[in-house]
Unconditional design. Structure first.
Length: 75
């Protein structure tokens, strides 16, 4: 299973521990295994934050492009 990720079991476990600490995944024990599932609510928070800055910078870059293409303000 870990071969899909290009790292060993220990590496995958470390990544999962970090994701769990960040609240992005949760786990539950099923026998000897730990089953992980995504906490999509936390990802929505990240998406909202990124989206704000994407709009912020897109607007500014569009304005800069307008200024560079029309330095006299005729655009």
């Amino acid at each position: 299973m870990t071969a899909k990720f290009g790292m060993g079991r220990t590496g995958v476990a470390k990544h999962l521990a970090i994701l769990k600490e960040a609240g992005l995944v949760a786990d539950r024990k099923v026998g000897r295994e730990s089953r992980y599932h995504l906490n999509a609510d936390r990802l929505r928070e990240v998406q909202e934050w990124v989206s704000f800055y994407q709009r912020f910078w897109t607007q500014r870059m569009d304005r800069l492009q307008d200024l560079l293409e029309n330095p006299d303000g005729s655009g």
